[in-house]
Design a protein around this ligand. Structure first.
Ligand code: ADP
Length: 722
């Protein structure tokens, strides 16, 4: 009997072998059920071994093969590679792939009712209401019809028996509409057409190729990659295309652009989906019927049948880094994935990551440049406002210069966007009486005051309490005071300064879910808001034609802390925010408030000198041997008590293998020192570029015998350093 080597989506180090019973067809890559412990479990056949592999072994048998196309070899290889690279169990990675395994089965069904046109003999008030609802809503379930008509569902039954309604059993998860490549797109400018031509040529000829579309905000990067998508759809009727986007708030606006260009909405994939939509997308992906998938980083791990093109929009964005569980960077993984699939991968950004720029310079990626905004639209003028010279009033956050500009903008009937990357009212609450800083119990995380909800909230753990009347430390009454600005506080300041203006806040607190986000975006687009005060969710992808002033309230906030990418990230975020101004025919300007106008990131911003800035960053990193000129990995240990984790950390460091040029730093408190009651310590490992740091970490971690409550995780290419 041949043998199937099966990988289960469980944190087990190895796959297991099973006999394939006579009469059961089990191809490589099949989704199967097989007994493991007490249960039958879903797994993937990694490979089929010859009969001889089973000789003399008592193997359990594969129980069931699911009716789905087998997982392609390229995907299985990707799982194994990703596990190795991230120093995780392959089963753990498979778990991410099988996240919506309910999609393996056929779609559930439901009964909907159609009007037959036949009048029931007896027409009661309830019956007429129900028939009216059916007329208005079209075919619906009994529950939906009854709810709409405000009658009991027995009425539906009665009408069906009377012949006025006809039941039909339908699938709940419908396939996605096939996108069409041949609808007209924008008429491309010469520069755009040139870039599109290179992309489509690569898609047409097939094979692995990485591109970087390096184009200023609003230069039409999206229009250009749309051409690559159209070509992939056209060339190969089975090709699947994945578009990764950093924020779901952005997806809302871009979904309509996809619909307009391809005549159909793409299949979505992100954490906000309902179980039903998740199952639906997963099933359509596996069967190869979802042609375009648009999603968050985890969409990279879906088991596409034939993935031919991957787009990573805003490739520099920090949210591509997954920090929990299997830690990975979706951009880097996507390039490997494309290589295994022999696909084209397109990174797009106005402010590419240093890593990406270096790869482009080394010729690993083909760089396509878009230097102009189409039409009359110009890049905004950026001006630094030196807060040391002209500071805001005490306990205020807007400088006289910015206030004047806001008033002028308002008088001209144009819009202002104020950017401050802090949710809530004040990022810190202290007691005026005893000086206590309010923290989440058992941690060092400050509580943020949210006036809108009257609560104190921890943005790290989610812990929240109503704002106490007295200090929890000394008991003094009415002594708690918010320190520093959040968007709510800046809004308060603007309301006093500009009582006539219509002011709104745009942050993840005010825009939960697509609907609310769209509401704010629509109102802004239609000029119903004069001043929008937002966190980083405003930075991305929106085109507000009447927005001519962007004010950055605190440009320095992202620079604090020892993060190696702090400067780069500040530059990226601020230039993206500034790029919101003046998208249409009106010129825009950005005023950037800073106490450090000599900082290279600020100077580069003011001069619109991205490449000069990157050059400085590059020199520093090369000098220090930091990414992309060297490699970093982190190991995080956690335990219920600080004493325990400190003690174990000492034993762990003693086990670190020696390696040429490898340096191990730590233990030090982890970026989040206490998380869900666990104390965390971190080691940082630095190695030259040519060292296989994953392999080093694997050797180290397999040596460790950790006591039960201690947990360990590895983060290759860490991004949080605070
Ligand atoms: P980016 O992705 O580089 O920020 P977009 O593709 O979003 O740029 O383009 C910015 C705006 O300009 C969008 O509203 C887009 O529809 C418009 N646009 C881009 N290229 C063209 C073009 N060739 N003709 C007309 N409008 C265009």
């Amino acid at each position: 009997m041949p043998v199937a080597r099966i990988l289960f989506p469980l944190p087990l180090p190895e796959p297991f072998d099973y006999a394939i019973p006579v009469g059961l067809a089990v191809p490589e890559g099949a989704y199967v059920a097989a007994p493991l412990g007490k249960y039958e479990r879903l797994g993937i056949v990694l490979e089929i071994l010859p009969d001889s592999a089973g000789e003399g072994r008592k193997l359990k048998e594969v129980a069931h093969v699911y009716d789905a196309p087998p997982m392609p070899r390229s995907m299985r290889d990707f799982i194994l590679w990703a596990a190795k690279y991230t120093v995780s169990h392959p089963g753990h990675v498979l778990g991410m792939v099988l996240r919506a395994r309910a999609g393996l089965g056929p779609s559930p069904t439901e009964t909907v009712y159609h009007l037959t046109g036949q009048e029931p003999l007896r027409l009661t008030e309830a019956r007429s209401r129900l028939l009216a609802a059916a007329e208005e809503l079209g075919p619906q379930t009994a529950t939906a019809l009854a709810a709409a008509a405000e009658v009991s569902s027995g009425v539906v039954k009665g009408l069906a028996e009377a012949g006025a309604l006809r039941p039909e059993v339908v699938e709940t998860d419908l396939p996605y509409t096939e996108p069409s490549p041949d609808l007209p797109g924008a008429v491309l400018t010469d520069e755009q057409a040139e870039a599109a031509k290179e992309l489509t040529a690569a898609v047409a000829s097939g094979g692995f190729h990485t591109f970087l579309i390096d184009g200023v905000t609003g230069s039409g990067k999206t229009e250009v990659y749309f051409e690559a998508i159209a070509e992939a759809l056209r060339r190969d009727p089975e090709a699947q295309i994945l578009v990764l986007l950093p924020e779901i708030a952005l997806t809302q606006a871009i979904l309509s652009r996809f619909e307009a260009r391809f005549g159909a909405a793409p299949a979505p994939w992100h954490s906000g989906l309902s179980d039903k939509d998740r199952r639906r997308t997963w099933r359509e992906v596996v069967h190869g019927r979802a042609r375009i998938v648009i999603g968050a980083r985890s969409a990279l791990f879906l088991p596409y049948r034939r993935l031919k093109l991957i787009i990573i929009d805003e490739e520099h964005d920090g949210s591509y880094k997954q920090e929990d569980g299997v830690t990975y960077h979706a951009r880097d993984m996507a390039v490997m994935r494309a290589k295994l699939e022999e696909a084209v991968v397109v990174l797009a950004s106005a402010t590419p990551a240093l890593e990406t720029m270096v790869n482009a310079e080394l010729g690993r990626y083909t760089r396509l440049q878009l230097s102009a905004r189409p039409g009359a639209s110009r890049l905004p003028d950026v001006e630094l406002v030196d807060l040391r010279r002209a500071p805001p009033e005490r306990n205020h956050w807007l400088s006289p210069h910015l206030i004047r500009a806001m008033q002028e903008t308002f008088e001209a009937g144009e819009q202002t966007l104020l950017f401050l990357n802090r949710r809530g009212y004040a990022p810190l609450v202290i007691c005026k009486s005893c000086g206590e800083r309010l923290k989440t119990p058992g941690t060092e995380n400050w509580l943020t005051e949210h006036r809108y909800t009257g609560r104190l909230v921890c943005h790290v753990t989610g812990y929240s309490i109503p704002k106490p009347k007295t200090c929890p430390h000394c008991g003094a009454a009415d002594s708690l005071m918010g320190v520093g600005p959040g968007v709510e506080r800046v809004a308060e300041e603007v309301r006093v300064l500009m009582p006539e203006a219509r002011i709104e806040i745009f942050s993840s607190d005010t825009a939960q879910g697509g609907e609310a986000t769209r509401g704010i975006v629509d109102r802004m687009e239609q000029g119903e808001i004069d001043v929008l005060i937002g966190t980083q969710i405003v930075a991305k992808g929106h085109n507000f034609p009447n927005l001519t002033l962007v004010g950055v309230v605190d440009a320095d906030s992202g620079m604090k802390g020892g993060d190696l990418r702090a400067g780069e990230r500040t530059y990226q975020l601020l230039s993206q925010v500034a790029g919101r101004a003046g998208r249409a025919e009106r010129p825009g300007r950005a005023l950037v408030q800073t106490y450090a106008p000599d900082n290279p990131a600020m100077l580069a911003l003011a001069d619109n000198n991205r490449d000069g800035f990157l050059q400085i960053e590059r020199d520093v990193r090369a000098e220090l041997g930091l990414p992309p000129f060297g490699r970093l990995a982190a190991m995080i240990l956690s335990a219920p008590s600080a004493e325990m984790v400190d003690q174990v950390a000492q034993e762990v460091i003693a086990q670190a293998p020696n390696g040429e040029g490898i340096e191990v730093f730590g233990p030090a408190p982890a970026p989040i020192t206490v998380l869900r009651g666990r104390h965390r310590r971190r080691f940082l490992v630095k190695a030259p570029r040519n060292v296989d740091l994953s392999a080093y970490m694997a050797v180290w971690t397999t040596r460790l015998k950790l006591p039960n409550p201690v947990r360990m995780s590895v983060d290759i290419d860490p991004y949080s350093f605070l």
